[in-house]
Design a binder for this molecule. Sequence first.
Ligand code: BTN
Length: 252
Amino acid sequence: MNPTPRETWRPDTRHIGRPVYWFDELDSTNAYAQTLSAGAAVIADHQTAGRGQYGRTWTSRPGASLLISFVLDPPAEWRRAVVLTAWAAVAVGETIRRLTNQQARIKWPNDLLVRGKKICGILIEQGRSLVCGIGLNVNQSAEEFAAAGLPEATSLAIVGETAFDLRAVATAAIHSLDEGYDRLVSGEIPLLESEWKWRTGLLGRSVVAELADGTTTAGRLRDMSFDGIELDAGDGAVRALIPEHVRQLRPG
Ligand code: BTN
C-alpha cells in the first residue's frame, strides 16, 4: 500500500521542496524519494529502515531528527557526489549557524560536526533518480545520546540550549538549500568550493587521507577543490588526489 503524507506544501522556493511531502513514517525517505520527480522533498518523523553511509543503518527516535530527502536533477557539470555533498553540507551548516549561532565543520566526506560532535549526516544515492538525504539531529539530549551509546553525537537542542520546532528547522533548511542550489545554477561553483574548503577547516594542516583502495597517504593539505586534493608530501613533492577516491580526510 502506498503511504499517504500527512501534509503536503509548496514553499516559496525555486528548486528545492517543490513540493514537500511530510509522512509520519516511511522505511527510508531516500528510498521513497526515488519514486518522485525532481524538486520534490520527503520528510518523515520516523524511518523503519533509514540508510547511512557504507550500507549502515540510520536510526533516530521518532520526531527527534529532521529526516529529509531531495530529488535532484542537476546539470552534468555538478552531478557529482563531492559537489552535491558540499552543497548540502554548506547549506545545512548555514542553517545550523542561523538557528544556534554555532559554526559547524565538515568532517570529510559527509558529516557535520559542532564542537567536534556529529550533528548531521548526508547520503547521496543514485537509483532511478538522484537523491540527497539528510539526517539532522534536532531535539535529542546529551543523556539520550549517552544512553544510546552515541557520546560523539550532538543536536541543535544541545548546542542551541533550547528545543526546536521540526517544521521551522525543515523550512530553514529547505530555504538554505534552495539558496545554495540557485547559486550553483547561476554558475557560482567557486563560491561553494571556497565555503566547503573553509568549513572543512583542514587547509594548511597535516592530514591523513584514506583512499578507496585501502591505502593511506599523509602530508600538509596545500589546497582542495572539486577537481583535486593537493598534499605537500615532503621534499617538494605534491600529491594530487581525486576527491571521489578519498574515503577519509582527517587531521594527522
Ligand atoms: C551517514 O552519516 O551515514 C549518512 C546518514 C544519512 C541519513 C539520512 S536520514 C534521511 C535520509 N533517508 C535515509 O534513509 N538516509 C538519509
